[in-house]
Structure formats: C-alpha cells, structure tokens
Design a protein around this ligand. Structure first.
Ligand SMILES: O=C([O-])CC(=O)C(=O)O
Ligand SMILES: [Mg+2]
Length: 233
C-alpha cells in the first residue's frame, strides 16, 4: 500500500451493544483503569460540552490540509467518530461549520482533531455533536492532500486504530481497544461504585477515609514538627 496516500474504505467496528456500555462512564475513571496515562494530552480540549461515544474512523492529513477529511466524510458511517491526525499543527484549521454540519447529518457522533478548527461559535452551540481540538484559528485549510484514511494514527499523543471505541467528556478523550473493552468495563464499574461510596460517606459522616496516606508518610519517614519559627530559616 502507498504509505502517506492511501484509503481503506471500510473497517471492522465493535458491536454497538459493547460500545453503548461506555455511555455515562467518566473518562477520568476509565483512565484510572488504563494506567492513568492513556487519555489524550491536555491540550486537546472540548469545543462544546457534548459527550462523545462511538468508534474511530481515522484520518491522517498534512498540516493545514483537509482533502482526506472530505473523502472520509463520504465513507464514514453512523456511529463513527472521525479522529484526525493533523500532526498537532494549529497554524491552520482543518475543518469548520460546513463539514461539521455534514458529518452531523450523516449520523457521525463527533470529531477529535490533533490540529485546529474554525467556526467555533456554531460548534459550541451543537448539543448532539462533540468536537475536540488542539486549537482554533480562522485561517482555513488547503485541499491538496495527500493523506490516509483508516490507518493507525496518533492523536493527542495516543495511538488510535480504526474501530477503537472513542469516549469523550469535559475532561478529554480516551481510545479503547475493543478486545480490552469488557475487562475495562468491569474495572471501571468497580471504580465508579467505590467513588459513590466514598462520596456518600463524606456527605454522611464528613470523613474521607484514606489509611494509605498515613502508611505512605510512615514509609517515607516524614518528620513532624509542631511549630516552626520561619524567621530562623
Ligand atoms: O472551508 C473549509 O474547508 C472548512 C470550513 O471552514 C468549514 O467546513 O466550514
Ligand atoms: Mg467555514
């Protein structure tokens, strides 16, 4: 295949019943199950407050060019999330209101771009279509290519394969390998349940029980002092 200029027209998508089980799961809780180091980097931020859930349909474009994204919009299917690797460049936007409106009409759930967008006023008002981006600039995209569709890409410092489950909320975005999804769901449900219990106890008893804090301090051999005279430091 022609690296840098290739289109994979269709992909294997996970069962919708599997994807749907992530609805309402917090990205932070899921990231806790994935080493606390698996969400996209902090500079990929939500343009609106819409939650995101779907399967990755990946696009790789040269900085500031959207030819392959135009081609991808026609190939993507309802339930997909378009994940664009624009090389992290924010000097030129990769899409705006027109492309977002078309994607939304096609049942695409949202777009995550490691690059910039424009027309954010319109996007910020969309309640059923999520957009995440690294930057905003009115300078628009060229349309010359090359690029790739449905190959492995990098977005926000994370590797994304076509068909990965994409979950996004106000904290950020995370990509889930479908084969790991059932185990992650078990783990994240336990975390959610545990956090609910902690919050209940906090509200009822005003306590936040964390025996590990004392244990770690002891292991560190921390020195306690009742009072310090800072004028003598
Ligand atoms: O002009 C473009 O290619 C991007 C754009 O602003 C839009 O999609 O509205
Ligand atoms: Mg526009």
């Amino acid at each position: 295949m022609k690296t840098g200029c290739r289109i994979v027209k269709d992909i294997k998508r996970p069962e919708k019943t599997l994807v749907d089980q992530f609805a309402g799961v917090a990205v932070a809780n899921l990231d806790d199950c994935m080493g606390r180091m698996s969400a996209v980097h902090e500079d990929i931020v939500p343009v609106n407050k819409t939650r995101l859930l779907g399967t990755a349909f990946t696009v790789k474009v040269p900085e500031g060019d959207n030819l392959m994204f135009h081609a991808a919009m026609d190939l993507a299917k309802p339930g997909d999330v378009i994940v664009i690797d624009a090389g992290g460049d924010t000097r030129r936007s990769v899409f705006g209101e027109l492309m977002v409106t078309y994607c939304r009409m096609k049942g695409i759930r949202g777009i995550v771009v490691d690059g910039a967008v424009r027309d954010v006023d319109a996007m910020s008002k969309m309640e059923d279509f999520a957009v995440y981006a690294r930057g905003v600039t009115p300078d628009g995209p060229y349309k010359n290519g090359p690029g790739e569709i449905n190959t492995t890409v990098v977005c926000g410092g994370r590797v994304v394969n076509p068909g990965d489950i994409v979950l996004g909320d106000e904290d950020g975005v995370i990509f889930i390998r479908p084969e790991e999804a059932p185990e992650l769901l078990d783990k994240v449900r336990k975390i959610q349940e545990n956090e609910r219990k902690i919050l209940d106890t906090m509200k009822k008893e005003g306590t936040y029980i964390r025996p590990w804090v004392e244990e770690k301090l002891r292991a560190l051999g921390v020195e306690y002092t009742d009072y310090m005279d800072y004028t003598k430091c």
